[in-house]
Unconditional design. Structure first.
Length: 80
């Protein structure tokens, strides 16, 4: 699942939604924060991983293992 944090949204509420989905079978959750240019990646039963370096490749679900997306690529798409 992918959540893009809007300025008027609660990060806590979005995080709770991602955790709920992970507890019910979702493989991976992304929380994209445009203001911070950061992607938090949530995996089941693991600490979130922070992706905030432009060249860093973001973790994707196993069914998309052939896809390679950097932080810069994701934000270029979103901010165009």
């Amino acid at each position: 699942m992918i959540e893009i944090l809007s300025p008027d949204q609660s990060q806590t509420r979005i995080t709770k939604n991602i955790l709920h989905c992970l507890n019910h079978g979702t493989q991976i959750g992304w929380l994209i924060d445009l203001a911070e240019q950061t992607v938090l990646v949530f995996l089941p039963k693991a600490q979130p991983d922070v992706f905030d370096e432009p060249e860093r490749i973001i973790t994707v679900p196993s069914f998309a293992h052939e896809i390679s997306l950097s932080v810069a690529t994701v934000f270029d798409w979103l901010l165009d």
